[in-house]
Design a protein around this ligand. Structure first.
Ligand code: S3P
Ligand code: PEP
Length: 410
């Protein structure tokens, strides 16, 4: 469904409860399946978590995880260790274009039995579970941290644990740190220092009660809303000052764009404050790739030049996000130059109104462009895409005073 969006007053206030982090949820679900006794609350209601839950409960031979990158990577490792279980793990057309070879080869070097069903290096995968014998593996770490997290999640279930040697520049580091922290909370010992990760085999796993923190990547869209509004006060639940999520960096980044964050217990209060526009916003986002679209679009709306680097992983996500950003941002005005790993935006004098934004099967295209309706009315194609990470998004926007109509009706 395509939506027409605007905001009649440009002044925003409200209280929003954001669903649990899909990254934390999907790690904890794999750990719970491997080490019973883990209780989880505030689980994400995203499609990516639902498909993982369904896959873990399934006895079918074929498992389809749609667009969910973490589910694909984490389940590849999980099923490789499940003796006696045979599955074909597949996903959407785009998932079949997202590389998985580094993980598959690492698992094979530990003794796993995995075959490519169609194209070498890509899903679908035929996995025959067995006890893995190896205890050391070297992994290229500049393509996706999800391969490393996948290995870390199964590591404690291997007889000797696992030593993972990282080669190349490590990307999306906070996600690796998140995995290690969650392992430790579940009573599993491990360390990450320099290019070496060590996870001990589980000895006596103690029962753990885990509350998933709300999703900081989802919070980023409210930061953008506050930045683009005339005036705003939004409170978001439930967040922690000592978050495991790297995207918490959104709070510091948006301080430069006039958004103040105040923690009050588990609620964060966002408000619009006067600020001096930076001449150019320069950021290396290699630790927070999922914030790139939000920030680029906020800069477009505020007319701020930006140079965003560290974006090499964006080309292999739900779509080629660099190309998608260039295409859609330029429709509204301004110039966007992209390289293999960066985006450079130069604003135009004004934004074009009524533009239709294509979303490329990528939730973050819809989520990132919608806040721009505070500046100009616009249309978002295939609005359902948001359910990959944030099913309640459009309802939350309505609660904040956005006018949202189905273009097929009005
Ligand atoms: O481990 C995770 O939960 C994630 C890691 C990141 O991927 P890459 O490591 O591929 O950049 C991120 O973009 C993705 O949304 C979630
Ligand atoms: C890249 C993302 O997810 P995944 O890689 O898990 O599909 C995302 O949610 O932005």
């Amino acid at each position: 469904m395509d939506l027409r969006i605007s905001h009649p007053t440009r002044s925003v206030s409200g209280e929003i409860s954001v669903t649990g982090s899909k990254s934390e949820s999907n790690r904890l679900l794999i750990l719970q399946a491997l080490f019973p006794g883990i209780e989880i609350s505030n689980l994400s209601n995203s499609d990516d978590t639902r498909v993982l839950l369904k896959a873990l409960a399934s006895n079918e031979e074929k498992i389809d995880i749609h667009h969910a990158g973490t589910a694909m990577r984490f389940l590849t490792a999980y099923f490789a260790t499940k003796s006696g279980r045979e599955v074909v793990l597949t996903g959407s057309q785009r998932m079949q274009e997202r590389p998985v070879k580094i993980l598959v080869e690492a698992l094979k070097s530990l003794g796993a039995d995995i075959e490519y069903v169609k194209n070498e290096g890509y899903p679908p995968l035929k996995i025959k579970g067995k006890e893995l014998s190896g205890s050391t593996v070297t992994v290229a770490s500049n393509i996706s941290s999800q391969y490393i997290s996948a290995l870390m999640l199964i590591a404690a279930s291997l007889p000797s644990g696992l030593r993972i040697r990282l080669s190349g520049k490590v990307t999306s580091v906070p996600y690796i740190e998140m995995t290690l922290s969650l392992l430790k909370t579940c009573g599993i010992n491990g360390s990450f220092s320099g290019d070496l990760i060590t996870i001990d085999p589980v000895e006596k796993q103690s029962p753990a009660e885990m509350t998933v923190e709300s999703d900081w990547s989802s919070a980023s869209y409210f930061y953008s809303i506050v930045a683009l509004s005339e005036d705003a006060k939004i409170s978001l639940a439930s967040y922690k000052e000592s978050s495991l999520q790297g995207d918490k960096s959104v709070a510091g980044i948006y301080k430069q764009l006039g958004v103040k964050t105040v923690f009050n217990g588990e609620i964060i209060h966002l408000s619009k404050t006067p600020f001096k526009k930076p001449a150019t916003l320069v950021l290396d986002l290699s630790n927070s790739p999922d914030l790139a679209q939000t920030i680029a679009v906020t800069c477009l709306g505020l007319g701020i030049k930006c140079d965003l680097t560290g974006l090499h992983t964006l080309r292999i996500k739900e779509t080629d996000r660099l190309q998608a950003l260039k295409n859609e941002m330029e429709k509204l005005g301004g110039e966007v130059r992209i390289t293999a790993d960066s985006l450079h935006f130069v604003p135009s004098k004004e934004l074009k109104s009524g533009i239709k934004i294509a979303t490329y099967n990528d939730h973050r295209m819809a989520l990132a462009f919608a806040p721009l309706a505070l500046k100009v009315p616009l249309e978002i194609e295939d609005s359902e895409v948001v359910s990959k990470s944030f099913p309640g998004f459009w309802e939350d926007l309505r609660a904040l005073g956005f006018s949202i109509e189905n273009t097929a009706i009005g």
